[in-house]
Design a binder for this molecule. Structure first.
Ligand code: GRF
Length: 195
C-alpha cells in the first residue's frame, strides 16, 4: 500500500509512521505533504528519502475548494492508496474527504468522542478528568468523528500542566498510530487499545 502523510508542523507522528514502514510492513510512504513551507517535518521526511510537497493554504484565502484541488493535484502523481493526517491543522471539506472515505486516517489528541477540536488537554484538565489520551479514527466529513480504529489512555497527574500532559500523550500517539496503520494497511480494522 502507498501512504501519503499530511503535516503542518514538526511531524513527529509522521516520523514514527515513516520509520515503522519497513521490512514486511504492508505499506510504504510515497509522499509527505505540508500546508506550510516552514514545517520542520519536511526536512525530516527528506532525510528519510520520502518525497515532499508544499501546498500553502494562504494564497487560496477562504476558497477551500481551490486549496483542496491543489492538494489533489499534489497527491495524484504519487498514486497513494491511504492518506494519513498527522498534525495537519486544516479542516478538509466533504468535497475532499468523501472520495477518500475508508482510506483516510487521522490522529486526534483526546479520547474521542470527548473533546473534538482544539486545546484538548487543557479542557480535560479543566473538566477534572483523571485520564486523557489519543485516538486514531477514519476521517469522515464530520470533524473528529469517524469510526475509531484505536485509542491510547494516559492518566492525568494531579496538578500537571496541559503542556506536560500533551508531551506524555504525544509519546502514546507515536505508539498508537504506527500500530493502527500496520493493521489498516493489511485490511484489518480491529481496534488497537493501549496500554
Ligand atoms: C500534536 O499536538 C499532536 O497531539 C497532534 O498534532 C500535533 C503535532 O503533532 N496529533 P506532530 O508532532 O506534528 O505529529
Amino acid at each position: 500500500k502507498r501512504v501519503a502523510i499530511f503535516i503542518s508542523g514538526g511531524g513527529s507522528n509522521m516520523v514514527t509512521l515513516v520509520d515503522s514502514m519497513t521490512g514486511d510492513h504492508p505499506a510504504r510512504p510515497v509522499l509527505v505533504l505540508s500546508n506550510r513551507a516552514d514545517a520542520g517535518g519536511l526536512r525530516k521526511a527528506a532525510e528519510r528519502g520520502v518525497p515532499t510537497a508544499v501546498v500553502d493554504h494562504r494564497p487560496f484565502g477562504g476558497d477551500r475548494t481551490a486549496f483542496e484541488e491543489a492538494l489533489q493535484e499534489a497527491l495524484a502523481p504519487h498514486e497513494p492508496d491511504i492518506l494519513c493526517l498527522a498534525g495537519f491543522m486544516r479542516v478538509l471539506t466533504a468535497g475532499f474527504v468523501t472520495p477518500w472515505e475508508g482510506r483516510m486516517l487521522n490522529i486526534h489528541p483526546s479520547l474521542l468522542p470527548k473533546y473534538r477540536g482544539l486545546n484538548t488537554h487543557a479542557r480535560a484538565i479543566e473538566a477534572g478528568d483523571t485520564e486523557a489520551g489519543c485516538t486514531v479514527h477514519e476521517v469522515t466529513p464530520e470533524l473528529d468523528d469517524g469510526p475509531i480504529l484505536g485509542q491510547a489512555r494516559v492518566p492525568i497527574l494531579p496538578g500537571e500542566s496541559a503542556e506536560a500532559l500533551a508531551a506524555r500523550v504525544l509519546e502514546m500517539e507515536h505508539r498508537l498510530y504506527p500500530a493502527v496503520l500496520r493493521r489498516f494497511a493489511a485490511g484489518d480494522r480491529t481496534r488497537v487499545d493501549l496500554p
